[in-house]
Design a protein around this ligand. Sequence first.
Ligand code: HEC
Ligand code: HEC
Ligand code: HEC
Length: 494
Amino acid sequence: MKKSSKIILGGALVVVGLAITYRAVNQAPDASLPPDKQLAQIMEDGGCIFCHTANPDLPFYASWPIAKTLITKDVEDGYKAFDIAPMMEALKKGEAVNEVDLSKVEKAVADGTMPLFQYYIAHWGSSLTSTKTEQVLAWVKQHREQFYPNPLAAAEFKNEPVRPIPDSIATDPRKVALGEVLYHDTRLSGDGTISCATCHGINTAGVDNKQYSEGIKGQKGGVNAPTTYNACFNFAQFWDGRAATLAAQAGGPPLNPVEMGSASFDEICGRIAQDAAFTAKFKEVYPEGLSEATITDAIAEYEKTLITPNSDFDRYLKGDSKAMTAEQIEGYALFKDYNCATCHVGVAMGGQSYELMGARADYFKDRDMNEKSGLTDADNGRWAQTKVERDRYRFKTPTLRNVALTAPYYHDGSVTSLDKAIEMMSRYQVGHTMKQEEVKKVEAFLHALTGEYKGQKLTLAPSPEKKAALLEKVAETRDMRHAAAQKALSQRKK
Ligand code: HEC
Ligand code: HEC
Ligand code: HEC
């Protein structure tokens, strides 16, 4: 054997030896352990906890000059992207892990993006072997079955990150009837001009299609109105989550000076009490009578009926493979590939977490053309409630149900078209530039999310401009047909 071949052979043996050792120190948890324990061990060994918590115990070498910069940066970015603490806490208590966290871990592990290379190359037991990967994915599936049952989906779609909307949820019909009246009742506003439906029209997909809503005396708010359809599935209400329940939310607008501008609920109750017939009906259901608690309870009960099942996408998930077009099916695949379904998850495809707007690129800097001078109070997002720095610019992820009808988009209502909203999401949230044809496919898919209310597909009442354009088009074709008929007639006469 030549000397050079010996060196190569020796080198190869060293590499193989290292690889064997590397594998040997990287043991998957014992398969007989309960799934939660297996997962906790993998998260521990994988360094996931190290990079994804607020104040990890840094190792001794983390104080060395270069190591310090690198490690601190990874931990900072890691914690910004994903906080693993709530999940570990839930595991310990045997409680439900947030659906968003489940989907994020599932995606990162399935794609093999975590732990980061620079971590597992230095921590030999940390990389995810195929056994560990399988264990994590099996745990996600088992956890979904246990805490997020999906009885409506066809067998092949039981473990999807998104679930179909149920046909109805349990409500008290007597309260719903009262809530429906109150939702449309302008007596909730100071000057009797505004109701909930002014900004959340039942015939306009639960929104007003304005950048900022107009409240009492034409005053404008500072944030875009989200839809009330499917809001009952949100884990909290408002962009910054400041109301824990629908009832707590409904207490806000009536007294908000730029929305409905009433002075107090006493004042509102006084106005409604003059309506003897309604008050009598109300007392049959709520013997304690009119109050903030009972009024908001009835409205919240009504809002539980504002759900939109039976979209083309839901019928597809339930097993009707023809319900979506080939383009829409491809769009759904892209939606999952590009991580959209790690934040837009669950029944409402959103509403389950607060996410950083601009996780991968500075959204606000670009929006305000390089100057962050245009920042408003509303742009602070969740921070306004917690004053925790990590929460700055975090917003409750909006639902994507009926999104084709709810323009303009984002908390600041700054984006008017759906394709732009999709393209920007991939840039700012995912860190990827989507091709135009991919955007079109995802857009086609999002159109399949328009559902039904009371058995009727939601539509957009055409705006005056749209109606005028439509009429013009109709007149144009009529003129064209007329001209064609004239020509044919004159030819026949010849
Ligand atoms: C050395 C630090 C480090 C380790 C160890 C690490 N991560 Fe991460 N993780 C990051 C960083 C940095 C990001 C954000 C940048 C990125 O996505 O590449 C991130 C992102 C994530 C995200 C969010 C992805 C998204 O699209 O928002 C998840 C989920 C995640 N990691 C899970 C894990 C899991 C599970 C493990 C353990 C198997 C792990 N990480 C180990 C640093 C780390
Ligand atoms: C003047 C317009 C206006 C009126 C009137 C109004 N809203 Fe809203 N609504 C908004 C805006 C704007 C937001 C977002 C505010 C925020 O997040 O800070 C909102 C948020 C909500 C949300 C939260 C949805 C989500 O996804 O977070 C619900 C639910 C809701 N409104 C229901 C109601 C009800 C019920 C009433 C009547 C009692 C009402 N709104 C009256 C404009 C209005
Ligand atoms: C890291 C979490 C996250 C990911 C990943 C993500 N989104 Fe979003 N999405 C959000 C948040 C948060 C908002 C609201 C942002 C705001 O209002 O400033 C949003 C808003 C939207 C909106 C506007 C909805 C409305 O009513 O205003 C659309 C459409 C959308 N996302 C589609 C997508 C698509 C398509 C993808 C994948 C390419 C995606 N999102 C990926 C969190 C995410």
